[in-house]
Each structure stands twice: as structure tokens, then as C-alpha cells.
Design a protein around this ligand. Sequence first.
Ligand SMILES: C[S@@+](CC[C@H](N)C(=O)[O-])C[C@H]1O[C@@H](n2cnc3c(N)ncnc32)[C@H](O)[C@@H]1O
Length: 250
Amino acid sequence: MYRIDIMTLFPDTLGDMLCESILGRAQERGFIRIECHQIRDHTRNKQKQVDDYPYGGGKGAVMQADPLYHCWNHICTEAGERIHTIYLTPVGQVFRQEDAKRLSTDYDRLILVCGHYEGVDQRFIDECVDEEVSIGDFVLTGGEIPALAVADAVCRLVPGVLSDPECFINESHWDGLLEHPHYSRPEVWHDRPVPPILLSGHHANIEKWRRKQSILRTRNRRPDLYERLDLSSKADLKLLREIAAEEIEG
Ligand SMILES: C[S@@+](CC[C@H](N)C(=O)[O-])C[C@H]1O[C@@H](n2cnc3c(N)ncnc32)[C@H](O)[C@@H]1O
């Protein structure tokens, strides 16, 4: 079983996402377990204060190191070991599919720390955090949405969570490509027909069409990813020639 412990000041905001749908079913079946911990329960003061003004001045509040430490220590002590700990922060390394793969295979347990306000006291990060992770170049009010994003991306790669590894192996970002478009019934919707090749039943041609769509999408939407692709196989070179010919034809 893969386990994730989320440290947060707002555990109720995470509940539904973790208990419904694929993650909920995977928890019921015992493939994963995700526990939320209220950092406030680990304060050592009567007011249950978890934040204070920033030294040096400035607006906002900083989450204090001590409640965070006691919450973190409680989880590690119960586990009987120091657990790989990730702090969600806009100053971290941007999270990618390869990180989801790495975290799902290199560990069987993670702690995710959600910040709030201006962030957390650096000394907690220095003492307890192994990795700082950002979910993108923008700033949210708290680390709960980033923690859900990381937990979801990691858990869906845990064996048993999805019905078949095929489900994620051919998806966007698995091998550097964006996925081809999808269509479902009806065959014509609002005068828009499904590409005829998908109705042909010719499996090899459908696969070829999908690969070509993936290459085109990646080239047109994400030149940064396209630059890094290896398209040197005979089959891909043939597809690239076809794409070039189709573009010349207009
Ligand atoms: C308002 S933000 C703090 C931003 C911080 N003062 C800064 O400028 O880098 C509050 C919390 O939201 C979370 N957060 C916000 N944006 C995030 C992002 N892009 N990735 C991961 N966590 C984020 C972090 O846990 C952070 O401590």
C-alpha cells in the first residue's frame, strides 16, 4: 500500500477529492491511503496559534516552525521512520510527470506539507523537508490544491489504482508527447463528424493516425517538449515525411 500524509491547516477542504472517484475507490480497496493532519492540533500553546509576524517586517503571517515540527514528528514517530517530506511552494522545482513516476516508484510513503499565508519558517524546511515542489509559475493562497495535484498524480501510478497500466502509459507527458484527440458517440455531433479513420476498425492505421496527431499537437502546442523528442525511428521519420507532404499540399 502507498501512503501519503498531508499536513494542513484546512483538512476539511481536501476530503471530497480524496474520498470520491478513482482515489476513493483505491483507498477502499487498500491500494493507497491518504491521511490529513491538522497542524493546529500540534501546537504547544493554549490559543492554538500556528502563525506569527515575519521577523524583519512586512505584511502577512508566517507559519511557525514548532507546530509544523510536532505534526511532522508525530507522523514520523508513528511510522517508526523519517518519511520523505515534500513542501509545496512556488519557489520549488516545477512538478512534472517524471516526478510523479519517481515518487511512485522510489518511495512507498510521503509527507506533503501545505503552507498558507506568506509561507513557512525556513528553519522547519531546513530541518524536515527533503524536496520543495511547485505546481507551476503562479501563486495560490495555500498548498492544499498543490498537495492534491501531487497526491493524485502519484497515486494514479500506484499498481492497482487504475485498471490497466495502459491507462497512463499512452497519456500526455508519459514519453514526452501530448496525447492525440479523443472522440466518443455519436458519430456526428453539431455537424462535426468523427475522423473516418477511427470508424475504420483498422487498428494499425488508427495507431498511426494517433501517433501523427500526438506529434503534431506537441509540435504546435509545446515546441519546448517537441525539441526534446526522439523521432528518429523509421516509423516516426515516415510520419514526419507524411506531415511535411500534407502541409505542402495545404
Ligand atoms: C500565498 S502562498 C505563499 C507565497 C510566498 N510568499 C512566495 O512568494 O513564494 C501560500 C502557500 O501556498 C502554497 N502555494 C502557492 N502557490 C503554489 C505553487 N505554485 N506551488 C506549490 N505551492 C504553492 C505554498 O504552500 C505556500 O506556502
